[in-house]
Design a protein around this ligand. Structure first.
Ligand code: NAD
Length: 387
């Protein structure tokens, strides 16, 4: 089978779906691999690096997509940037990438209409077997790391405690809301930079993980268990939200940096930080809303922008992994390669909807959306439009 990768067309995207190291691996597994010329340049991988990895370089993106048995992609294929990448896809093509089906179900509908078989690696189950294919985890980890660095640069203070001839300055306090993959990486990064770190989450089982990176756990006693299984959190009841609000008012007023990463079902961001909480923070403090791609955890966040409210800076960066494209692409590429290799024999990928991993992340095939949650989301959109 021929695996193809073309340049990403999402504005601001610098990642590439396959890096040369993975091309070599896939060639050894029996696949043909071809890359659009220049597709990896923004991530630090030029055409020569791909040639050395035995990948073909093609200049005509349209014929490359049309000839692909498998199209690997970072973002959902779209007709953009003067290209009709979506329209080039054939019914026989297998598309694999981080399609984020619930963020834009209409895009999935358009992909399904092409007849392609589409897998979204951010919908794979959170199991040990699937861990090596989990692009969501790899990218969340990049975001957690980069979010702390953004805060460190913007903060008008040192993060670590420092003693000098001019006396001692105390370590900054970093507080993280939502301690899963992104949150734990943010804690570990802030700790390495010398900050005093603490975190909260609505799933009490993460206390041990928070403490294992040297952070203090700040719990809220919830009336109703917020875990919905599979490591995901559900929405809090109004009563529990009030309990959390009291704790947060107190914690945020003491913090120099607040990093928020909370998502419901891994997709949508609950509003956790209120205007009142931001007002309680000291001037010069920073909020980095890492849930901005899902709408943001702070009432004052403007996705993609920095705003300042009474001296508190609220940063809501979008697509942070694209700002660290070399390593983000390397990890993403390894995840996709692990996915393809797991279901292949001698260069042939076998679609098997009964497999527990494929079944969960198969979004579309034979012209239909087959992913239940995406189908429900589409139905809701249709109902909204007709009501
Ligand atoms: P996520 O992005 O869905 O959510 C981030 C965190 O925000 C979660 O810990 C969640 O509990 C928390 N949160 C939600 N609402 C909140 C609120 N109102 N207040 C405070 N916190 C709130 O999480 P994720 O990174 O996708 O990870 C989810 C779980 O899955 C974690 O337990 C993680 O360890 C696990 N996981 C397992 C695998 C695997 O085994 N293959 C891979 C990735 C993640």
């Amino acid at each position: 089978m021929k695996i193809a990768v073309v340049r990403e067309s999402r504005p601001g995207e610098h990642r590439v779906a396959l890096v040369p190291e993975s091309c070599e691996k896939l060639r050894r597994a029996g696949f043909g691999v071809a890359i659009e010329s220049g597709a990896g340049v923004a991530a630090g991988y030029d055409d020569d690096a791909y040639r050395s990895a035995d990948a073909g370089i093609e200049t005509d993106a349209e014929s490359l997509v049309q000839s692909a048995d498998i199209l690997l992609t970072v973002n959902p294929p779209a007709n953009r940037d003067g290209r009709a990448a979506l329209d080039w896809i054939n019914p026989s093509t297998i598309v694999v990438g981080s399609l984020m089906p619930l963020r834009d179900p209409r895009q999935m509908e358009a992909l399904a209409k092409r007849g392609a078989t589409a897998f979204s690696t951010d919908s794979i189950p959170r199991t040990t077997r699937a861990q090596a294919m989990d692009t969501l985890s790899s990218m969340s980890s990049v975001s957690g790391y980069k979010g702390v660095l953004l805060a460190a640069v913007a903060l008008p203070k040192y993060l670590p405690m420092l003693s000098s001839a001019a006396g001692t300055v105390f370590a900054a306090r970093v507080f993280v809301i939502g301690a899963a993959v992104a949150g734990l990486q943010a804690l570990a990064t802030a700790k390495r930079l010398g900050a005093t770190v603490s975190a909260t989450d609505v799933r009490p089982e993460v206390q041990e993980q928070i403490e294992s990176v040297g952070a203090r756990y700040v719990g809220v006693e919830l009336k109703k268990d917020a875990s919905t299984g599979g490591g995901y959190a559900g929405e809090l009841s109004e009563e529990d939200r009030e309990r959390q609000r009291e704790m947060l008012l107190d914690e945020l007023a003491k913090s120099d940096v607040v990093i928020t990463t909370a998502l419901i079902g891994g997709v949508f961001a609950p509003k956790i930080i209120t205007r009142e909480m931001v007002r309680s923070m000291r001037p010069g403090s920073i909020i980095v809303d890492l849930a901005a791609d899902g709408g943001g955890n702070c009432e004052l966040s403007v996705p993609g922008e920095d705003v300042e409210v009474r001296g508190v800076r609220v940063m809501a960066p979008l697509n942070l992994p694209a700002t660290m494209p070399e390593h983000a692409s390397l990890l993403f590429s390894r995840n996709l390669t692990n996915f393809v290799e797991a279901f292949s024999k001698e260069g042939e990928f076998e679609v098997d909807a009964d497999d527990e991993i494929q079944g969960e992340c198969l979004i579309a095939t034979d012209g239909e959306i087959v992913h239940d949650r995406t189908r429900d989301a589409l139905r809701e959109l249709v109902n909204e439009a007709t009501s």
